[in-house]
Design a protein around this ligand. Structure first.
Ligand code: S3P
Length: 162
């Protein structure tokens, strides 16, 4: 089976769904954020703070090149580098988890762990809109996640990747 890449905005459920999908399909599960944190022994917030976003994006590209085949949950900004899109397209199926901005805002209202979510509402909305276009342009499959149960989303993906 080709690698399944889950892409989508912060808070769209990539990790929860990726992990559940890997159990259902009996495939290895990798989260690029966790992979990077383990590799560099540093939290993402610290990497952003001490090395900057560009270095983090380079780490993401390296991770995509190094990961084994399986189910991969990516960071919300993976689409910020076209090289990352090319790597994912060449090696797997890209599944975009679309979640509305209202739902994301609700889910992340107390979040302190995401450096790019610590801005004002207008900047968050602008980022969401710019990224939505990037996600849509590279996705092989688009799944709407609003008002759906994790189990139903996972089963929907399973049917569509066959
Ligand atoms: C980021 C999303 C985060 C993490 C980092 C940057 C982004 O991952 O990679 O904070 O640029 O959207 P999640 O999408 O899992 O929150």
């Amino acid at each position: 089976m080709k690698t399944i890449y889950l892409i989508g905005f912060m808070g769209s459920g990539k990790s929860t769904i990726g992990s559940r999908l890997s159990t259902l399909l009996n495939k290895a599960y990798i989260d690029t954020d966790i992979y990077i944190e383990n590799k560099y022994k540093q939290q993402i917030t610290k990497i952003f703070h001490e090395k900057g976003e560009d270095v983090f994006r380079a780490y993401e590209s390296d991770a995509l090149n190094e990961l084994p085949n399986g189910i991969v949950s990516t960071g919300g900004g993976i689409v910020e580098r076209s090289i990352n899109i090319n790597i994912m397209k060449a090696s797997g199926i890209i599944v975009y988890l679309h979640t509305s901005f209202n739902e994301i805002t609700n889910r992340l209202k107390h979040d302190q762990t995401r450096p790019l979510w610590k801005t004002n509402l207008a900047s968050k909305k602008a980022l969401f809109e710019r990224r939505t276009e990037l996600y849509e342009n590279c996705a092989d499959i688009v799944i709407n996640t609003d008002n759906k149960l994790v189990n139903d989303i996972v089963n929907e993906i399973k049917l569509l990747i066959k």
